[in-house]
Design a protein around this ligand. Structure first.
Ligand SMILES: [Zn+2]
Length: 161
């Protein structure tokens, strides 16, 4: 097993090859790459198995499938591949959002800490007043970023249907 060397685009490439072409018709270099990927990747091997089962089942139907059925099946396979890719992209966006929110909160925290230290020293306003404002200003930017990112996520989900 060599899972560390496999990237997401390798899975996409392997599944596109499996979905769009008969493996025997691929150029030799592509076929060799696909075979080595299938040896290393359980999920793509399962995908190839399912695709092979589907093709064998279709071929075992005594009445030849007409062109529209073949075209409709290929279209469904392509749509499914695209759905899986879009789901991966959304998961990636959620991960990035979490990192951005965490970084924003950490930076805001640091900036507020320094800012209020400076304010307490300079204005001589009671130090007990500042923690309330500090908490409000610490939380508000993180909440605003969360709402914006959620709105953006909802927007993407609505338009990908
Ligand atoms: Zn794979």
């Amino acid at each position: 097993m060599n899972n560390t060397a496999i990237t997401k685009s390798d899975h996409v490439r392997a599944r596109q090859m499996l979905a769009l072409a008969d493996a025997a018709q691929l150029p030799a270099a592509d076929r060799a790459w696909l075979e080595s990927h299938l040896e290393a990747c359980d999920s793509c091997r399962a995908f190839a198995q399912d695709a092979g089962d589907l093709v064998r089942a279709l071929r075992s139907i005594p009445v030849a499938a007409d062109r529209t059925l073949v075209a409709a099946t290929q279209m469904r396979v392509r749509l499914r591949a695209r759905e899986l890719r879009q789901r991966d992209e959304r998961l990636w966006l959620v991960g990035v959002s979490c990192v951005v929110v965490t970084l924003t909160a950490a930076l805001t925290n640091l900036a507020c800490w320094r800012g209020f230290t400076w304010l307490v020293e300079r204005t001589h306003v009671s130090a007990a007043t500042w923690p309330v404002a500090f908490v409000a200003l610490f939380i508000v930017p993180a909440l605003a970023a969360s709402v914006l990112l959620l709105a953006k996520g909802t927007h993407l989900a609505d338009h990908s249907r």
